[in-house]
Every structure is written in structure tokens, then in C-alpha cells.
Design a protein around this ligand. Structure first.
Ligand code: PBG
Length: 343
């Protein structure tokens, strides 16, 4: 190969000739001009805060795999809901840490009108009526095997699960939930929940569908948070989506909209920005992302090691969701970032 012995510093054309006078850096020259042309912004209105209710009183139990996140007894959850409302966070989402003695193969405790999730909803609604409450109608916190469905002979049975999840959704609405967000990915659940809510007088309770929930490795820390980590046998690939599939994700969304979903969600978040953008472009629905536990913990862990600037990584990751087309984000950073934005 012929290597030039003394490469020329520049070619014969000037930069202005190359760009034909266009200088894309012009608008980046100062903070004021960068502010002026900024296309997307993260505000407190974009945030949904997932929290983990647990049994007891005055409990704030750290979750080792999620630094800065705590399991909260209902009274402590009420305090946090007050703080969230003061910060302007529109809504919280509850994921209960159910005592092991209450779990069974069908997750029957989800049908107790006074279970932890419904207690938390009632208490928060009573104390902080101005904040939206989103409840998950999935079975996994309640089953002894950690699956989101009823398990019979090694198979997650769809229709029986839908029946149970639907009954749970009605109880959650009765407790005061504003949005039911079923995260189980069973076929037909959205339509069944819509019918049951309407039949019970809950026409104004909305449904946020976990329309595209992928069989992901990024849920690990969450399973520690709700105590299902050691329970889960096998995986969730017969009901969650294959991370390789985009078209199938669109079909899931289309189906859930047809069945009556008011809002759709993509989960996990950052590894699936392409799904968010395509969903927003194709369906023009209120579109949300769940920045899941593993995404949160990666930022926290790298930041704790001094490998990245945690605050900047948090803000950048959340802004990415806005750029991809999200109307809002479920994130464990919600309170932290809301405090930062209020400064
Ligand atoms: C299950 C459920 C999951 C999450 C919330 N509800 C996934 C799972 O355990 O399989 C994950 C949330 C997170 O990782 O932050 N219905």
C-alpha cells in the first residue's frame, strides 16, 4: 500500500466551500441560543413515580439493589405521596411487597379488597386526593412462583388469569385507583378490564396498557424490591415480548388500543427507544415509557463508583424519552429529578 510520506494539512477546498457556508455550530455558541433552539424539555409534568408499599408502620426499608429507593409502609407511602404532590409530580404507581405467607399458586390475595395495594390506594387518596394513583393489576407480587399468571401444569393459563386480573382491577378501582395498568401481557386483558370497570360504574377509571413489555434482563432489582427474586422458576417468555421483535410490538399496541386502552407504555425504556418512536408515529396515543429498575440501578451503581456523573446521566436518560416521543416516564428518579428541576 502506498502511504503518503507527508500528508497535506488540508485539502484544496476551504470549509466554507465544503459546507457551502452552512455552519451548524452557530446556534450552539452560547447558552441563550442553545436554550432558544432546544427541541425537547423534561418537566415535572412528565413524571410518574413508582413506589413499593410494604406491611408495617413507619417502615422505610432500603432496597440494596436500588440505592435511594425504599420499601414503604402505607403511612410512609402517604408521606412520600404528599412530598410528590408538593413537587408537582402528577402521579404515582404502586407495586406491593407482599408477605410470603400470603402468596399462593393462583395469587388469590390480589382479590382481597383490603390487601396492601388497596390499603395504600385508600390511604393516599384520602390524604393526597390531588395526586393520580396508578395500580398494577398483575399477579406476580401475589404468586408463590413469581409469575404474572396462574400456573397450571407448568403452563401460564391465559383466560383464567384474565378473569382474576379483571376482578382485581375492579377492586383497585373501588379502592380509588385512577388508572389501572395491567402489566401481565395476557391476551384480552384490556378489553376484559374495560368491560368490568364500565359494568361496575368506573367509566372514568383509565387504562394504561403495558402494551409492549419485553422479556428483559433489566427487571432484576425490581424482583428484589417486591421479594420475588428467589421465587421465579423459569422465565416469562411465553407472555412477555421477544426483545428482537418490533412488528409484534406494534400488533400488541394496536390490539390494546382496539380493546380500549387510554394510554400505552413501552417497557423497559432506554433499550427500546425505537419502539417508543415507532409507536408514537403509528398510533399517536398518549405514550409512556417505564425506565425500569435495572436502568435505574446501572446509573446509580456507575455513579457510586465515580465512573459517570449520575445527575447528568439521569437527566440525559430522561430527556431521551421525550426525544423518542414519550408523553411521560415512569421512573424511580421521579422525586430526585423533580427536586432538581424545581431549583
Ligand atoms: C411484573 C412487573 C415487572 C416490573 C413491574 N411489574 C417485571 C417482572 O418482574 O417481570 C418491573 C419493574 C422494574 O424492573 O422496575 N408484572
Amino acid at each position: 500500500m502506498n502511504r503518503p510520506t507527508s500528508p497535506k494539512a488540508a485539502g484544496s477546498r476551504s470549509v466554507d466551500e465544503i459546507t457551502e457556508g452552512r455552519r451548524l455550530r452557530r446556534m450552539r455558541k452560547a447558552p441563550w441560543s442553545r436554550r432558544l433552539v432546544q427541541e425537547n424539555r423534561l418537566t415535572v409534568d412528565d413524571l410518574i413515580w413508582p413506589i413499593f408499599p410494604t406491611a408495617g408502620k413507619n417502615v422505610r426499608e432500603p432496597i440494596a439493589a436500588m440505592p435511594g429507593v425504599f420499601r414503604l409502609s402505607v403511612d410512609a407511602a402517604v408521606k412520600e405521596a404528599k412530598r410528590a404532590a408538593k413537587l408537582g409530580i402528577p402521579a404515582i404507581a404502586t407495586f406491593p411487597n407482599i408477605d410470603g405467607t400470603l402468596k399462593d399458586v393462583t395469587g388469590s390475595h390480589i382479590l382481597d379488597p383490603d390487601n396492601l395495594i388497596n390499603q395504600a390506594t385508600r390511604a393516599i387518596k384520602a390524604a393526597v386526593p390531588e395526586i393520580g394513583i396508578i395500580t398494577d393489576a398483575a399477579l406476580d407480587p401475589f404468586t408463590s412462583h413469581g409469575h404474572d399468571g396462574i400456573l397450571r401444569d407448568g403452563v401460564i393459563v391465559n383466560d383464567e388469569t384474565v378473569e382474576q386480573v379483571t376482578a382485581a382491577a375492579v377492586l383497585q378501582a373501588a379502592a380509588g385507583a385512577d388508572i389501572i395498568a395491567p402489566s401481565d401481557m395476557m391476551d384480552g386483558r384490556i378489553g376484559a378490564i374495560r368491560d368490568a370497570l364500565d359494568a361496575n360504574g368506573f367509566q372514568d377509571v383509565a387504562i394504561m396498557s403495558y402494551a409492549t413489555k419485553f422479556a428483559s434482563a433489566f427487571y432484576g432489582p425490581y424482583r428484589e424490591a417486591i421479594g420475588t427474586a428467589g421465587l421465579l422458576k423459569g422465565d416469562k417468555k411465553t407472555y412477555y415480548l421477544d426483545p428482537a421483535n418490533t412488528d409484534e410490538a406494534m400488533r400488541e399496541i394496536e390490539q390494546d388500543i382496539a380493546e380500549g386502552a387510554d394510554m400505552i407504555m413501552v417497557k423497559p425504556g432506554l433499550p427500546y427507544l425505537d419502539i417508543i418512536r415507532r409507536a408514537k408515529d403509528e398510533f399517536a396515543m398518549p405514550t409512556f415509557a417505564y425506565q425500569v429498575s435495572g436502568e435505574y440501578s446501572m446509573i446509580k451503581a456507575a455513579s457510586a463508583n465515580g465512573w459517570i456523573d449520575g445527575e447528568r446521566a439521569m437527566l440525559e436518560s430522561l430527556l431521551a424519552f421525550k426525544r423518542a416521543g414519550c408523553d411521560g416516564i415512569l421512573t424511580y428518579f421521579a422525586a430526585e429529578v423533580a427536586e432538581l428541576l424545581s431549583k
